[in-house]
Design a protein around this ligand. Structure first.
Ligand code: NAD
Length: 301
């Protein structure tokens, strides 16, 4: 069905992708009334989780297929990668009304994002890239940092909805700019994780006290998010369950490296980092958390 003649309804919000991040984000969208949220995921089992929430059947509904989102003025995607997002958005755009806004909150490739924005514009639909930072913990508390690329008009239109999920909203410029910055941020994060993984493996072999070592790092110039949260919460206790998959982290570094190549910038450490994370994806179990990069380094040792 093509509904391009209808007026988009911005209180009807579609949400596609209820994984580690999407599920708590939808919970925050529906915690209070005012929005009618229609959720969709390829995995029908996620529906059972939503059915346990008080919003279910009142202002939270399930769509078996993308056709169930046709009435939404705003549709959010929170999918694993650009390949999947591209396929979903291509099927979604013909269903939406002119004037609707599609917001990709996943960490996608900025070149793909710009292409999707062009396809959307040809149908009178706005496209915004709005990747997030803060991991599952901040998704749960609604305190994500949200980077926003797109037109001022579209970003203003979605502002109230974004503020239900994030506490820090940063406009990055034209569409695609947010995904570019997110990929570069995640490269810096991955480099820090890798350095931490090597340092903690050496510290362990040297017989150092790991709790004391974490305190030293976090009171010193080696401090970063890998040492402050991942080391203390998931690596030293060896739970390795931070909620961000290693393969998604590797995808982000590959995106950053591809961007660097397109810009003609030589980034030898980024190339090395990409290669090591790719090897880790190949050797660790599918679905492994990004903190298991420590196990990858231990296995090398
Ligand atoms: P995830 O794998 O846990 O969830 C992805 C969801 O998408 C799954 O529920 C899956 O069933 C669904 N899906 C896959 N293909 C689909 C399709 N064709 N149609 C409908 N649904 C489909 O991933 P996640 O950890 O929630 O990450 C989502 C995005 O957010 C990724 O781009 C990731 O890089 C980014 N991100 C993740 C974190 C984190 O800490 N997990 C933090 C910031 C950004």
């Amino acid at each position: 069905m093509n509904t391009t003649s209808t007026i988009p309804d911005f209180t009807h919000v579609g949400f596609i992708g209820l994984g580690m991040m999407g599920m708590p984000m939808v919970e925050n969208l529906t915690r209070t009334g005012g929005l009618d949220v229609v959720a969709h995921d390829a995995l029908d089992t996620h529906r059972a989780t939503l059915q346990g929430w008080s919003a279910w059947g009142r202002h939270l509904h399930w769509a078996e297929s993308l056709e169930g989102l046709a009435r939404c003025g705003l549709v959010i995607t929170m999918l694993p990668n650009s390949g999947i997002t591209n396929g979903v958005v291509a099927r979604l755009l013909p269903l939406l009304a002119r004037g609707a806004v599609v917001v990709d909150m996943g960490s996608s490739n900025p070149a793909d994002t710009q292409a999707l924005a062009n396809d959307a514009a040809a149908r009178g639909i706005e496209f915004v890239d709005a990747p997030v930072s803060g991991s599952v913990a901040k998704a749960r508390t609604g305190e994500l940092s949200i980077m926003l690329g797109g037109s001022d008009a579209a970003i203003e239109r979605i502002d109230a909805v974004m503020r239900r999920m994030g506490s820090k909203l940063i406009r990055t410029g034209a569409v695609g700019s947010a995904h570019a910055m997110k990929a570069l941020n995640n490269y810096v994060y991955a480099a820090g994780l890798l350095a931490m993984a090597e340092a903690v493996t050496v510290a362990s072999k040297a017989g150092l006290d790991l709790d004391v070592f974490a305190s030293v790092l976090n009171a010193s110039s080696g401090r970063n998010v890998a040492t402050e949260t991942k080391l203390t919460q998931f690596v030293i206790p060896r739970t390795f369950n931070g909620g961000f998959q290693l393969r998604l982290q590797a995808k982000d570094i590959a995106t950053a490296r591809e961007l660097a190549s397109r810009c003609g910038v030589r980034t030898p450490q980024m190339v090395l980092c990409e290669d090591l994370w790719r090897q880790a994806v190949q050797t660790l179990e599918p679905g492994a958390d990004n903190t298991t990069i420590v196990r990858f380094i231990e296995n090398l040792a």
